[in-house]
Design a protein around this ligand. Structure first.
Ligand SMILES: *Cc1c(COP(=O)(O)O)cnc(C)c1O
Length: 393
């Protein structure tokens, strides 16, 4: 393949060279177990503590509120299951949304089987949670509100500060899945009244298999993995030292580059959106036009099958996604696109393009030109499109 254009950064990102470089010594030289007493291993404990502080600073938190996990899914599972268990004396009701990642939705379904009641809030046509709906859903038994910071498919950013205020005023714990937002938008846990926050290394140019859960001091939450005393006895197991170093390095880098990177990405994203909407007929943008992640564009093309589109883009060296990576392979249209009110046949013809700091204007031009050609080719083969043209001519 001559050309490779990677526009699937919401699925995973390239590990930054400075991250790999920072990790390497921890495989070959500084491989000691951080719990060991000899001085050879002692530095590792301090190096881990440093990463905790870097991450905490990025959120306006304290180092001892950061718990390392194996990634976003684990953090989401921990937050929901452990909070549910810890607060079940107070009540059994949890509020979340219909557009969460499956790490939240499937955990919610699991908790329902265990006797908890879960409300899945609707969103508006842009994918934004309606604050009035949230207020109306609160019961005396509500113990947890979990709303994602930004959506992984359509990029919509939620009114997290307002949601946090509602949770806080009602004395309800507030968790947010910030896996997509962390590193792309500034987040301050106190300003937004966030009690727990999930994030993942591989979504911000860090390594895979490492993430963290922020747990505000004072939140009672049970241990997730029992065993040794690591992570203040809440998540046992020898630390993933190279992963933690990589995560901390990636977070420091994300904070340092955020302003420049996101303004460059959002300018290219807007160029992409404008070219696609103006150049391709029967194409719509999904998600909020302005309140969206700087690198996300999500389109629906009428009379098109998303999977065919992906295959033909792949033949042109373009990596994209039709829904979330976890659901592709299944024939159900994306739950997020259905939640914003798209009919099945339009949701099926959807495409997510997520940019990186390496994306260029030439890449975007090539992608839009390819899209135009492919969409028109696929429509020429579509009986639905043929019917539509006949009816409208
Ligand atoms: C990717 C993603 C996750 C899962 O993170 P992993 O580190 O891959 O387990 C959870 N939530 C959102 C919003 C994501 O985009």
């Amino acid at each position: 393949m001559e050309r490779l254009i990677y526009l699937d950064n919401a699925a995973t990102t390239k590990t930054a060279p400075e991250v790999v470089e920072a990790m390497l010594p921890y495989f070959t030289e500084k491989y000691g177990n951080p719990s060991s007493v000899y001085s050879f291993a002692a530095g590792n404990k301090e190096d881990i503590a440093k990463q905790r502080d870097i991450i905490a600073e990025a959120l306006g938190a304290n180092g001892n509120e950061i718990y390392f996990t194996a990634g976003g899914s684990e953090s989401d599972n921990w937050a929901l299951k452990a909070a549910a268990e810890a607060y079940q004396n107070k009540g059994n009701h949890i509020i979340t949304t219909k557009i969460e990642h499956h790490a939240i939705l499937h955990t919610g379904e699991y908790l329902e089987k265990k006797g908890f009641e879960v409300t899945y809030l609707d969103v508006d046509e842009n994918g934004v949670v309606k604050l009035e709906d949230l207020k109306a859903a609160i019961r005396p038994t509500t113990i947890l509100i979990s709303v994602m910071f930004a959506n992984n498919e359509i990029g919509t950013i939620q009114p997290i500060k307002e949601i946090g205020e509602i949770a806080h005023e009602n004395g309800i714990l507030f968790h947010t899945d910030a896996v997509q937002a962390f590193g792309q938008v500034p987040i301050h846990v106190d300003e937004c009244h966030i009690d727990m926050l999930s994030a993942s290394g591989h979504k911000l140019n860090g390594p895979k298999g490492i993430g963290f859960l922020y747990i505000r001091k004072g939140v009672k939450i049970r241990s997730f993995i029992h065993g040794g005393a690591q992570e203040r006895k809440r998540r046992a197991g020898t630390e993933n030292v190279p992963g933690i170093i990589g995560l901390g390095t990636a977070v420091a880098r994300a904070v340092r580059t955020m302003e420049e990177r996101t303004s460059q990405e959002s300018a290219l994203r807007d160029y992409l959106i404008e070219r696609a909407l103006n150049g391709i007929p029967y194409c719509r943008l999904n998600g909020h036009r302005l309140k969206r992640l700087p690198n996300n564009a999500n389109f629906s093309f009428q009379f098109i099958e998303g999977e065919s589109l992906l295959i033909m883009l792949d033949m042109k060296g373009i990596c994209a996604s039709s829904g979330s990576a976890c659901t592709s392979g299944s024939l159900d249209p994306s739950h997020v696109l259905l939640a914003i009110g798209l009919p099945h046949e339009i949701a099926h013809g959807s495409l997510r393009l997520t940019l990186s700091e390496e994306t260029t204007k030439e890449d975007i031009d090539y992608v839009v030109d390819s899209l135009k050609e492919i969409v028109s080719k696929l429509r020429d083969m579509s009986p639905l499109y043929e019917d539509f043209i006949k009816k409208n001519s």
